[in-house]
Design a protein around this ligand. Sequence first.
Ligand SMILES: NC(=O)c1ccc[n+]([C@@H]2O[C@H](COP(=O)([O-])OP(=O)(O)OC[C@H]3O[C@@H](n4cnc5c(N)ncnc54)[C@H](OP(=O)(O)O)[C@@H]3O)[C@@H](O)[C@H]2O)c1
Length: 317
Amino acid sequence: MKALYFESFGSSDVLQYGELPEPVIANKELLVQMEYIGLNYADIYRRKGNYHIEKHIPYINGYEGVGTVVEIGTAVAEYEVGDKVLFVDVPFANAELVAVPEEKAIRVPKTIDIQLIASIGLQGLTADFLAHDLGLNGKDENVFVHGISGGVGQILSQMLTADGVKVYGVTSTEEKQQLALNQGAEMVFVRNSGWESEYHSFFDTVYDGVGSTLLESTSLLKNRGKVVFFGMAGGNPPAIDFIQLLSQSKSILTGDLWDYLTSANQRKERSARLFKYFEEEKIVTSPPTIYALKEGKQAHEHLESGKSIGKILLQPS
Ligand SMILES: NC(=O)c1ccc[n+]([C@@H]2O[C@H](COP(=O)([O-])OP(=O)(O)OC[C@H]3O[C@@H](n4cnc5c(N)ncnc54)[C@H](OP(=O)(O)O)[C@@H]3O)[C@@H](O)[C@H]2O)c1
């Protein structure tokens, strides 16, 4: 099979495309022929050697995608050849064929287009746990989303708006600002335009997946507010003075999707809750940017440039 792989950590130059042995499935695994593979920020951290990655010679990146089951293990109970599945936490996804443990497969509903499912799987399930396990915002609370027009940002902001929460955010360009406003945000600021001074101590919750903005996030909070810190797309967070936080009863929560996808049932319930927003058209995301799997290097560079809007997908030829 063809795969995108690398032998040492580094810049996008380490990525290679070529022939590797096909995976051999175990009793409780499905062999999935990939249609779309999700590219995520974590894949950049992994390629650089800054994040956990499954051992494999050579390394094969990627944990997310959709495809068709082409073979099943002898002990598989719930799936058949021909079924369409999504997965968001299975290694070695940057390949034509992936061995997917049955409990990690999520059945693709017939009500949603497969390309849309591929575009919203990991980022959507992330938005879901950020909103419904960590943020837990009540109606009419004011929340702020950094990178509001990013993949997680678009889904999170519309999910919160649909839940009755008032959403504000910041982004880098007027084009992305307009996108977030069209998706229902109350107010969206353009970065470095001096908006911050009016909003100190205003928000109940700040969702921060940018990282380098963490200090600013704490100052946007009102007393007893919370930052939900979930990523470092803009660089590592600065040191935080916890004594100062304590004096204002402010909190910082963190979370990793994989700690919320702990069983087949959790995957089923959480994805059903996510898909409902799309079935009811409460969330509409911008179309994905699609690269051929062999153009993985360009796809990584596009994601790292900060110029992408929404999801980047890789497509095996
Ligand atoms: N904890 C988890 O389980 C989990 C799961 C999935 C993703 N994540 C994290 O969530 C974050 C967003 O992921 P994503 O898939 O939505 O990526 P994405 O689509 O590329 O969005 C990232 C956003 O971050 C903003 N950004 C990038 N660099 C910035 C900078 N220097 N300063 C301010 N904003 C900056 C960009 O917004 P502008 O263009 O407007 O600047 C961009 O839209 C990442 O940190 C990722 O690692 C965490």
